[in-house]
Design a protein around this ligand. Structure first.
Ligand SMILES: [Zn+2]
Length: 320
């Protein structure tokens, strides 16, 4: 257990956004599930500090950060589909600190898990969807600035395209952005280094087949670090999408990405991304499966095909 991947989480990720499709309690529920499964000691969870403004400025404009700080609706913030309150802004700034902390620790420990983050729709000076701060981009820029990494890749397997991330890194040859997503859906697509837009109804076989064929392009980039956006929303019972992945299919997706990173000796950071299943327990189960796989792999246990069957025992719900 002591050699398992570091896990980063803040209780402040759960904040009041009113009646909403985004269950902010999911972060806590995944943490609780991992503890109950005996894979995580609650005392080992690392709590991030808020990302300092100088770190946020590596990605976001000063005017935009001022809007967030002063809770101002402006042309820069009004595309957000979340309330703009102090606790919401704090959750996003903490989230950027969390992905940065996880990325730093992953360099030492091969894997790290952030029970948060993956807010890939945020642009430098524009909120978008449920994203105010692009934690993925901030983490990469901080590690580059500090000389900890030179090259990075983002492997984005969320239902939605990682448009903000693609845009931030559009002119940075050191950062490879890969997104596999539902084509006919929010957002308006940006051009990343590799984009795979899937037709409505695509299921396990199509998704994982296309993913497996694409991942060699990521390895060819020779990244010093992979940030994995493991959105739970390609799930067949998600309320926002029309992809049709099963819970075991999503775990196979995770295995393709994480075993690929391990096989190429590339440190990997798991971030959770989206997840809007009709039943919150399904979203939690999908995220928990991703984290359990990373924890088991990092502990050197169960790296084989039986590391997770999609029906791992746990209190958060049953695989279906
Ligand atoms: Zn999404």
């Amino acid at each position: 257990m002591s050699r398992s991947a570091p896990v980063v989480f803040s209780p402040e990720y759960e904040c009041d956004i009113g009646p909403h499709v985004f269950p902010t309690q999911k972060y806590r529920l995944v943490r609780d599930g991992l503890v109950a499964a005996g894979l995580l000691d609650a005392r080992d969870v690392r709590c991030p500090a808020a990302a300092p403004r100088e770190d946020l400025l590596l990605v976001h404009s000063a005017e935009y950060l001022d809007d967030l700080e002063q809770l101002r609706w402006t042309p820069r913030t009004r595309m957000s589909e979340l309330p703009l309150t102090e606790s919401v802004v704090r959750a996003y700034i903490l989230g950027a600190g969390g992905t940065t902390l996880a990325a730093l620790t992953a360099l030492e420990s091969r894997f790290a898990i952030h029970l948060g983050g993956g807010f890939h729709h945020a642009f430098s000076a524009l909120a978008s969807g449920f994203c105010y701060i692009n934690d993925l981009a901030v983490a990469i820029r901080v590690l580059q600035r500090d000389g900890r990494i030179r090259r990075a890749a983002v492997v984005d397997c969320d239902l939605h395209q990682g448009n903000g991330t693609a845009h931030v890194f559009r002119e940075d040859e050191r950062v490879f952005t890969f997104s596999i997503h539902q084509e006919h859906l929010y957002p308006v697509k940006e051009r990343g280094n590799l984009d795979i837009g899937l037709e409505n109804g695509a299921g396990d076989e199509v998704f994982n087949g296309r993913l497996a064929a694409a991942l060699p392009r990521v390895w060819e980039h020779r990244p010093d670090l992979v940030l994995y956006q493991a959105g739970a929303d390609p799930y067949e019972d998600d309320q926002l999408g029309a992809l049709r992945l099963s819970i075991p299919g999503l775990l196979e997706r995770d295995r393709l990405v994480l075993e690929g990173c391990a096989g190429h000796g590339i440190p990997a950071v798991v971030t959770l991304g989206g997840g809007y299943a009709r039943r919150v327990s399904d979203t939690v189960r999908i995220h928990q499966n991703t984290c359990e796989l990373a924890l088991r792999m990092s502990a050197g246990v169960g790296q084989g095909r039986d590391a997770g069957s999609g029906a791992l025992p746990g209190p958060a719900g049953e695989a279906r």
